[in-house]
Structures are given as C-alpha cells and as structure tokens.
Design a protein around this ligand. Structure first.
Ligand code: HEC
Ligand code: HEC
Ligand code: HEC
Length: 368
C-alpha cells in the first residue's frame, strides 16, 4: 500500500515536472495562425456556453425588447462597434479579424442558440481569451439591452432595413467598405447617422434631439463623454477620436438649430392624469419628498445656458436620464452635476413616467 502510494507520488511529480518543462520550453504554439485543435475548440466553447448560462441565471429580461427605438439604437452602434468584427446583414466580416483565434463568427446563425439574457451577458461582459470585448460603460445596462434587442431582430432583418437603422439620414458607405471606414469620414457625417443633420435625433427616442440645446451645454456634454465622466458605451466611442476644435465645431453646428420645433408628443394622446401629475412635478416638485420643481432650473427663463433644455425632448430619453440620475450613475464631472441628483433622487418610476411625458408634450419654446 505504502509502496503503491510512493509510486503514485513519483508518477505525479514526474508529470508535473514534464508539464513544467513543456510549458517553459516554449514548444506550445500560441500562434493565432495555427488555430485551435478541434478538441481545444470544443472544450473552450463548451466552457464558454456553460459559464454564460450560469452567470446570466439572475438577469431579468425587460419587457418590450421589440421597441423600435431600442432596435434602432442597437443597430446604429452595431454598425460601428460590432460589424467590423462580426459582419452585418449588408456586408461580410472585415478580413483582419477573421485571422483571430477564435475568429469572431457571423452572428445571424448563432443568435437563435442563446436566450436574450445570455446575449445581454455576453455583450456586457465580453469573453475572456477571445477578442470579444466587454461593454465600455458597465453601468449602462439600458444600452446593452438596446444591443440585445437589435441582435434578436437581426436574423430576420433585410439589408435595406438594416442600412436605414444603422445610417439614418447619413449616406451609407460604398459596398464592401465596412464599419471601420466610419473613422475616416468627417466627424459630422458619423453624428448624422443618429442625430440627423439638424440634430432632430430619432422620433422613437433612440437618440436625443440636440437642436434644442445651447452650444455651451452641448460642448460640456461632449467633453464629459470624452473624459469618460459621463458613462455611455455608445457616445464615448463616438467622441474618442474628436479633437478639441472638432468638438467645438460640432457643438456650434447643432446648437439651437430648431428652438421652435413642435413637441414630439401630442398632449391629447396622453392620459389626462399622467399629464396632470407630470405638470405638477415640473411646476411645484414633490415637497413632501424634497423633489424640487424642475422649472426652477429647466427652461429659458432660468438664465442658465449651461443647463440642458428638456421641454420638447424625447420621452424615452428623458426617462433613461432620470433613471440614471436616481440610481446615481449619471455624472458629468461639471461643477453643477450634483444639483440634478439632489433635485430628483426621490422620484419613483410613476413620477418619472409622468414628468417625462409632460416635458415631451411641451414645445421646446415653452417656458412653463
Ligand atoms: C475585436 C473583435 C470583436 C468585436 C469588436 C466584437 N466582437 Fe463579439 N466576438 C468576438 C470573438 C472573437 C468572439 C468569440 C467567438 C468564439 O468564442 O468562438 C465573439 C463572440 C460574440 C458572441 C457569441 C457568439 C457565439 O459564439 O455564439 C456574440 C453574441 C457577440 N460576440 C456579439 C458582439 C456584439 C453585439 C458586439 C458589439 C457590441 C461585438 N460582439 C463586438 C469578437 C468581437
Ligand atoms: C450610434 C449612434 C450615435 C452616434 C453616431 C452619435 N451619437 Fe450622440 N448620442 C447617442 C446616444 C444613444 C446618446 C445618449 C447617450 C446617453 O445616454 O448619455 C447621445 C447623446 C449625445 C449628446 C448628449 C445630449 C444631451 O442632451 O445631453 C450629445 C451632445 C451628442 N450625442 C452629440 C453627438 C455628436 C457631436 C456626434 C458625432 C461626433 C454623435 N453624438 C454621434 C447616439 C449617437
Ligand atoms: C437645481 C437645478 C435643477 C433642478 C431643480 C432640476 N434639474 Fe434637471 N438638470 C440640472 C442640471 C444642472 C443638469 C445637467 C447635469 C449634467 O449634465 O451634469 C440637469 C439634467 C437633466 C436632464 C438630462 C438632460 C439631457 O439633455 O441629458 C433631465 C432629463 C432633467 N435634468 C430633468 C429634470 C426634471 C424632470 C426635474 C424635476 C423633477 C429636474 N430636472 C430638476 C439641474 C436641475
């Protein structure tokens, strides 16, 4: 028995030494060009699949993942952030990423193998030991859900629909050019994909309107994304290549382009009790919960051009931003950012829905 045990110890020790020698010798190839052995590939993929399913087990899937605004926001980011590696409904993968090990797969055929919570988890956290990156702003689950919403819609999507969602009012690039070419275009042409030439944003609320804001607010917002202080995986990647001069020019381009635009939501289409509640919060706040009147800071009469305009902004965007303020995850690094968190920390979801609907039903030129 003791001899057998000693024998086993010797064998194990020899195994460890051999493994260490092989490891240290450098004989194992880490070259991407040789790919994985079939068995390694199988082990890695099984491990990935089990790990994703395990870690996504507590993720709650939001309702309404078919909302056109969500799909649009996801598609526009996909074109610049994902299509260069994975390809899209209108173009194949770029050639360079295909030489990675493992190569990024075309996604349409694999989407059906995952549940929405699994796709969410993969896009949020990325996949270790592959080139699959994590989402750059981990506090922005709402953005990751937008990408997930698009992924779920993509397998059935035709090329024309995809191009319209990804490029909006902008000219799509020549065939075969791929998403990477966006980097070499003049910056405004990229902004136009989501915010339109005039800064109208997206009527389904996928992107905010910029045409109602002052130049100083727009510049401060762009700088906050640039410093990484205002978290958005979508906007941070858009401003990363901008120079200071380009940032200033873009803020000037979009500022106050349409201060007289109509309200995006017809007040008659909203339930009267929502409108009444929204108006009350905007005008007097919620004194018993220390929520300040919004109109004290938002509106042309306040004389604070560095504060954003919210009359006439899209309802979905206002709701997202209010949720970020309430959860403490919207920051801008500006000296006034704490004002908004203090003013709104005690809003509940019904208040947010009502006040967002009311502001969206006001024309941008309204001052109350
Ligand atoms: C730098 C290249 C790269 C970029 C950019 C990238 N991915 Fe990936 N992605 C990969 C690689 C590599 C894998 C892993 C493939 C594997 O495990 O075989 C992967 C895996 C995935 C998977 C799982 C596919 C499967 O195996 O079933 C999904 C879903 C996915 N990526 C979505 C996205 C989305 C959405 C984006 C944009 C937000 C994105 N990827 C950006 C390289 C990339
Ligand atoms: C892929 C779509 C997309 C592109 C391209 C894009 N944006 Fe945005 N933009 C968004 C989204 C989504 C938001 C909301 C982000 C958030 O929640 O903070 C946003 C927010 C903004 C804001 C803040 C608005 C506010 O009211 O605080 C500014 C300013 C802005 N974008 C300017 C630009 C400029 C300038 C460009 C071009 C360099 C650009 N964007 C390109 C999608 C895009
Ligand atoms: C004490 C002043 C103050 C009060 C009161 C206030 N806000 Fe704000 N709000 C701000 C400031 C300042 C910002 C810009 C913060 C930043 O960008 O860092 C802001 C930003 C916002 C934004 C984001 C706008 C955008 O374009 O991204 C929304 C939406 C908003 N406020 C809604 C409201 C609502 C609704 C109320 C009332 C419940 C309210 N605010 C009360 C000062 C205030």
């Amino acid at each position: 028995m003791t001899i057998r045990l000693r024998h086993l110890v010797h064998v194990l020790a020899a195994l460890v030494v051999t493994c260490a020698a092989v490891f240290w010798s450098g004989i194992i190839s880490i070259s991407a060009s040789s790919g994985h052995w079939t068995i390694t590939d199988l082990i890695l993929h099984t491990a990935m699949r089990r790990s994703v399913i395990f870690h996504a087990r507590n993720v709650t899937v939001p309702p309404d993942l078919e909302h056109p605004g969500l799909v649009r926001r996801g598609a526009a980011h996909f074109e610049s952030g994902c299509a260069p590696c994975h390809g899209s409904p209108v173009r194949p993968r770029s050639t360079v990423p295909q030489e990675m090990t493992p190569p990024p797969p075309p996604l349409a055929p694999v989407i059906g193998q995952w549940e929405p919570q699994h796709l969410f988890w993969i896009v949020k956290h990325g996949v270790k030991f592959t080139g699959m990156p994590a989402w750059p702003a981990l506090s922005r689950d709402d953005e990751v859900w937008a990408i997930t919403a698009f992924l779920l819609a993509m397998p059935e999507m035709d090329g024309a629909t995809y191009t319209a969602l990804a490029y909006g009012a902008a000219e799509p690039p020549a065939r075969g050019a791929g998403g990477l070419s966006l980097v070499t275009r003049p910056p405004l042409e990229n902004c136009v994909r989501c915010h339109d030439h005039e800064g109208k944003g997206d009527p389904n609320g996928a992107f905010p309107r910029l045409d109602i804001q002052t130049e100083i607010y727009l510049r401060k917002a762009l700088e906050a994304y640039h410093r990484g202080q205002r978290a958005s995986g979508i906007m941070e990647s858009m401003v990363a290549p901008l120079t200071e001069a380009e940032t200033t020019a873009l803020a000037a381009h979009y500022a106050r382009k349409a201060p007289d635009a109509p309200a995006p939501v017809d007040p008659a289409s909203l339930p009267p009790d929502i409108l009444r509640r929204g108006k009350e919060i905007a005008q007097i706040g919620i004194p018993e919960r220390n929520v300040a009147s919004c109109l004290g800071c938002h509106g042309p009469k306040t004389g604070r051009p560095e504060f954003p305009q919210i009359h006439g902004q899209y309802r979905e965007y206002i709701e997202i931003q209010l949720n970020l303020f309430v959860s403490g995850t919207r920051s801008s690094g500006a000296d006034f950012e704490h004002l908004m968190s203090m003013a709104t920390h005690a809003l509940d979801p019904a208040d947010i829905e009502a006040v967002a609907a009311w502001f969206a039903s006001r024309p941008p030129s309204a001052d109350n």
